[in-house]
Design a protein around this ligand. Structure first.
Ligand SMILES: Cc1ncc(COP(=O)(O)O)c(C=O)c1O
Length: 391
């Protein structure tokens, strides 16, 4: 009888990866599945970035590199954070990781002591609670209200802070649902927390995927003194359709970044060397690919949101960023004879071959997540099936 550590036994598999894998398996068996599970753009990585990776290989960048990333890429990230985000960091304040997920994991590991509380706005991205638990922390879920687009007011955050609070996690635009704080809403939060003895994690991975009138601002710029207590996370995954390349990063206070680097040196060592080389090209090259992707996602997001709201029993907040809709489907549970979002997702996969992610993975059993990082044809096909099932 093999006994796993309590740490491992308590960790749930990523629901988003599990759904995507199941849909892929079904497709491989020849079943006509429409997958709304994907957490990644469906576009190819831009050609000029792939060319740079090939050049990196030809240059011999196939060996170990510094564990916390190459100096050249750190400099390119510092330059990007200054130019696009108004953030002033030194290269030593940047750690490059194997994706944003890895950077977040490391940051929780180096900051959280057993029993420390981490404030987590909900709905939340699936990996945050598991990463907090793996670090020995206690998740304090701050549930948003649907009528406020799930956005928290400063009072709700401040009211949850006590002497055990270590970190506040912010993710705007968010996964799931693309909820995005306006600059003034975020500023109000910044002003409310800047004097508190906590660290803020600002996960800005969807910064370039904001739609319509929505504007993006980096949290650490919003109040004097915030830079010293904020860790900013980002990644090339979503912006440049580079999810498989595994290049993400964190920038923040020196002590935190150095500790993350030390941890990483025993964990993964460096992120892939030639991918780091190509990442410089991604950050510094022609950014029109980012604009094109955003334009396409704008159309798809609007279309999916309108169609979802026209379906009987479904109501959905308009996504202002990222590439997800997070509709409330609770009113359909009775019709389908299901009691929660996992059973709902199973039922739609079995009955109409449409893959969605159960909302319970994001803290809301009344909802499901649909990614619009798929073609318009697939969006229409999937939603036609939904409509038929639910009317
Ligand atoms: C909110 C959020 N943060 C971080 C990540 C991590 O992405 P990656 O590890 O590919 O950089 C994701 C990916 O889905 C995400 O949605």
């Amino acid at each position: 009888m093999i006994r796993l550590s309590k740490r491992a036994a308590g960790i749930a598999e990523s629901a988003t990866l599990a759904v995507t894998a199941k849909a892929k398996r079904m497709k491989a068996e020849g079943i006509d599945v429409v997958s709304f599970g994907a957490g990644e753009p469906d576009f190819d990585t831009p050609e000029f970035i792939k060319d740079a990776a090939k050049e990196g290989l030809d240059k011999g960048l196939t060996k170990y590199a510094p564990a916390r990333g190459t100096l050249d890429l750190k400099k390119a990230i510092v330059e990007k954070l200054g130019r696009e985000n108004g953030l002033d960091y030194k290269p030593s304040q940047v750690v490059i990781s194997c994706g944003g997920k890895h950077a977040l994991y490391g940051a929780f590991q180096v900051l959280v002591e057993a029993g420390d509380e981490v404030l987590l706005p909900s709905p939340y991205w699936v990996s945050y609670p598991e990463q907090i638990k793996l670090a020995g922390g206690k998740v304090v879920e701050l549930r948003g209200e649907e009528k406020n687009d799930f956005k928290l007011k400063p009072e709700q955050i401040v009211g949850a802070i006590n002497e055990r609070t270590k970190i506040l996690v912010l993710n705007s635009p968010s996964n799931p649902g693309g909820f995005a704080y306006t600059p003034s809403e975020l500023k109000a939060i910044a002003e409310a927390v800047v004097d508190k003895d906590i660290i803020i994690f600002s996960d800005e991975i969807y910064e370039h995927l904001v739609y319509g009138e929505q504007k993006f601002v980096s949290f650490a710029t919003l109040a004097e003194g915030l830079l010293k207590k904020t860790v900013t996370f980002n990644s090339l995954s979503k912006t440049y359709s580079m999810t498989g390349w595994r290049i993400g990063y964190a920038a923040g206070p020196q002590e935190i970044i150095s500790a993350m680097g030390r941890l990483q040196s025993h964990e993964t060592s460096n992120p892939v060397n030639f991918c780091m080389y190509a990442a410089i090209e991604a950050l510094q090259g022609d950014q029109s690919c980012v604009v094109q992707m955003r334009e396409e996602f704008t159309k798809r997001g609007q279309h999916m949101w309108e169609r979802l709201n026209a379906i009987n029993g479904v109501s959905c907040i308009r996504p202002m960023g990222a590439f997800y809709c997070f509709p409330n489907v609770e009113a359909c549970y009775e019709k389908l004879g299901v009691a929660g979002s996992v059973a709902f997702a199973d039922a739609v996969l079995d009955r109409i071959k449409v893959a969605v992610v159960p909302g319970v993975a994001f803290g809301w059993d009344t909802h499901v997540r649909l990614s619009f990082a798929t073609s318009m044809e697939q969006i229409d096909e999937g939603l036609d099936r939904f409509e038929k099932l639910l009317t």
